[in-house]
Design a protein. Structure first.
Ligand SMILES: *[C@@H]1O[C@H](CO)[C@@H](O)[C@H](O)[C@H]1NC(C)=O
Ligand SMILES: *[C@@H]1O[C@H](CO)[C@@H](O)[C@H](O)[C@H]1NC(C)=O
Ligand SMILES: *[C@@H]1O[C@H](CO)[C@@H](O)[C@H](O)[C@H]1NC(C)=O
Length: 364
């Protein structure tokens, strides 16, 4: 480990945050130990490792891009002007920008430069007792991330010892300490040691479950990891302006008699919950009604698979009115409806559809 001692500025900041985090965790361990409660859990905290950064390859444990996928990958250093459609990374399921890799054979396989070199093994503060192993082939129906509780069909880190501990790439590589601009930019939020806290999230007002962050200065400010990572602005095609994340009550307070409704689902917006809004058009949106951040936002759509009940390849799509209208599932023969898991496989040429759950039995 004594080989490279050059630290970039970013690494230094990470290091300082990590030391702060360790100090805080140790302080808590001290308190818990005096209480005499759950010492076994407290012990494991001391052996936690920091998350490894994408780029720190000095320990040689990172994946080799040529082994992560079955076909040769092509490296792109800059944007190819002709291909300006939005590509999604198969590892982290976020939009891809250069440098990135594409597959020489699969038309819809992309990886960020850094996602092609993810460490094969990580230690994660939310599961300090075991290492997590990188899997570049998730089951076709995806998995549920224990950190953010979103379904994901990208790469996964999972525990070999515990049956049910899998994280998506975003939750695997988040920092143990963050700041949150809309809260107070000088307050540091630490990842909590517990995955279930019997308190409400300051963003969505539901019980804290999964990876959570707690403000070190304000005891009441706690967030789910998914809520902590919500972007400051998002777009929705119902509004021509960027929508801003609203985290504070509007000036002058809400008028108790007024009710506000989401532009997409037309259901009421709870005044306790953060929302997205356009101040020019006076439109409000639920977080879960914006596709780029909703419950299905970690599902990479558009990939084609073959099934034994239809001749052409079928494509993974969100179920919407036009996908569902008048169509029956090619497996269970029930009508395709909105809802449930929200996904379907379709062949748009043949007017053929399958529930995602039904497709399970039919993959080649
Ligand atoms: C939008 O979110 C903010 C912050 O939680 C809240 O104060 C406000 O009341 C919400 N707006 C509506 C219309 O519910
Ligand atoms: C609150 O709503 C009432 C009834 O719609 C309206 O008369 C009043 O001006 C509103 N107050 C504020 C502060 O917006
Ligand atoms: C419904 O989904 C299909 C397939 O993803 C898409 O082509 C179409 O534009 C969507 N329709 C609407 C109204 O969103």
């Amino acid at each position: 480990m004594a080989t490279k001692f050059y630290l970039s500025r970013r690494l230094k900041i990470r290091l300082v945050l990590f030391i702060l985090w360790r100090l805080q965790q140790q302080a808590r361990v001290g308190i818990r130990a005096r209480d005499g409660s759950r010492e076994g859990e407290a012990q494991s905290v001391l052996s936690m490792q920091p998350l490894r950064a994408y780029a720190s390859s000095s320990d040689g444990g990172d994946s080799d891009p040529s082994k992560i996928h079955e076909h040769p990958l092509i490296f792109h250093e800059s944007e190819d002007v002709k291909q300006s459609y939005r590509r999604v990374c198969n590892a982290c399921v976020q939009y891809v920008s250069p440098p990135f890799y594409s597959c020489s054979e699969c038309p819809d396989f992309f990886l960020h430069g850094c996602c092609a070199r993810l460490p094969e093994l990580i230690r994660h503060p939310a599961h300090a007792e075991h290492s997590l192993v990188l899997h570049s082939k998730a089951p076709k129906t995806g998995f549920s991330c224990r950190g953010c509780h979103l379904r994901c069909n990208g790469f996964a880190y999972s525990c070999e010892n515990c049956d049910d501990f899998t994280l998506d790439v975003v939750c695997s590589l988040i920092n143990p300490a963050i700041t949150h601009k809309p809260h107070k930019s000088t307050h540091i939020l630490f990842m909590s040691r517990s995955m279930i806290i019997d308190e409400k999230c300051s963003c969505c007002a539901s019980i804290l479950n999964g990876i959570c962050y707690e403000c070190s200065s304000c005891p009441i400010f706690k967030l789910h990891v998914r809520c902590a990572l919500l972007p400051k602005t998002v777009r929705h095609y119902y509004d021509q302006h960027p929508l801003r994340l609203t985290t504070n009550a509007p000036e002058g307070g809400t008028n108790g008699t007024d009710e506000f409704f989401c532009e997409v689902c037309e259901e009421r917006i709870d005044i306790e919950q953060w929302n997205y809004s356009c101040s020019k058009c006076y439109q409000l949106f639920h977080v879960d009604c914006i596709p780029s951040i909703d419950q299905l936002s970690r599902i990479k759509l558009g990939s084609h698979v073959r099934v034994d009940v239809h001749g052409c390849p079928v494509e993974l799509v969100r179920r919407n009115d036009s996908v569902c209208s008048g169509r029956k599932c090619g497996s269970c023969h029930e009508a395709l409806r909105l809802g449930d898991d929200g996904l379907a496989y379709e062949c748009s040429n043949c007017f053929f559809g399958l529930h995602q759950n039904c497709a399970n039995k039919h993959f080649f």
